[in-house]
Ligand binder design. Structure first.
Ligand SMILES: [Zn+2]
Length: 287
């Protein structure tokens, strides 16, 4: 049997953490795990029933997880500390024996995604990870300035992040980039219809800034650029953007991933978007 690519062990100041046991290539699925228990923000009775229905073994794993809320009943504290949504923005979530041990970094080397088909949470390497390194995910769902990030992590997860981005002497460059990326997002939308060339320019600016600061979150920009190109009948360009989008999701979620499957058709046939061609032709070459 192949050796597991990770080990869970104690990590100074952070309880337990997950570490690479060998070099892990970008795009590798490090672990695919079924939940210990499902939880729901909208169905507390159901959550309670699920907690009661857990096997003895699973309950033991559950109660051994870290609890940042000792003043609350332990079940509630463990859920608040370790629960992950079933896909971004979902009000339903789950707690995992292993995946819930992965610590946070604002410069993560993995991302997680829920597969409703497999009913499993998957962790994919988004960078090459050398053997011995800690495997780290970003608990936040978008890039934020250092001040906002630290406040959000302290409020939601009760820790002070010590990642390389948070302890670096100056965060001015990073923060300026994050603010400009947010501005670009708004500008892309506001120009998309009447000045699509400008819109594509803002996409490129945002992508350049993400690269510059080693950030993440390019897929939304790839998708914007694909839609704008397809809407304005630039199907060669639309395909290039769709290819980048699909490749990113392949790395983040694998070929079994729902987003990979959902967007693959745009790469195979860039005209298949419902808005394709509706904006008339505008030459976007070189934009
Ligand atoms: Zn940090």
């Amino acid at each position: 049997m192949e050796e597991s690519p990770y080990i869970v062990k104690d990590t100074p100041g952070k309880g337990k953490g997950m570490f690479a046991t060998r070099d892990i290539k970008r795009g590798t699925c490090i672990i695919s795990e079924s939940p210990l228990v499902y939880i729901s923000k909208t169905d507390l009775v159901g959550t309670l029933q699920a907690l009661n229905a857990m096997s003895k073994k699973n309950k033991k794993y559950f109660l051994a997880l870290h609890n940042s809320y000792p003043e609350l009943p332990q079940d509630v504290g463990v859920i608040k500390t370790n629960g992950l949504p079933l896909g971004s923005n979902s009000l339903d979530g789950a707690v995992y024996r292993v995946i819930s041990r992965i610590n946070h970094s604002c410069a993560p080397n993995v991302c997680h995604s829920w597969s409703s088909k497999l009913k499993k949470e998957n962790i994919f390497a988004i960078h090459d990870i050398p053997a011995g390194s800690e495997i780290l995910t970003d608990y936040l769902d978008r890039l934020m300035t250092r001040e906002v990030r630290l406040k959000t992590l302290a409020a939601k997860f009760r820790f002070t992040c010590q990642c390389k981005n948070c302890v670096s002497e100056s965060s001015e460059e990073f923060d300026a980039a994050v603010n400009r990326i947010d501005e670009c997002s708004d500008l892309i939308m506001s120009c998309a219809t009447f000045d699509p060339r400008k819109s594509i320019g803002y996409v490129r600016e945002a992508l350049g800034l993400i690269d510059k600061v080693g950030g993440w979150g390019k897929t939304t920009f790839y998708y914007d650029a694909y839609q704008i190109s397809a809407r304005h009948s630039n199907y060669m360009l639309a395909k290039e953007w769709a290819d980048l989008l699909v490749e990113s999701y392949r790395i983040e979620e694998g070929e079994e991933g729902e987003k990979y499957e959902r967007y693959l058709r745009f790469s195979q046939n860039p005209k298949s978007h419902e808005m394709a061609g509706l904006g008339g032709y505008v030459n976007l070459t070189g934009a």
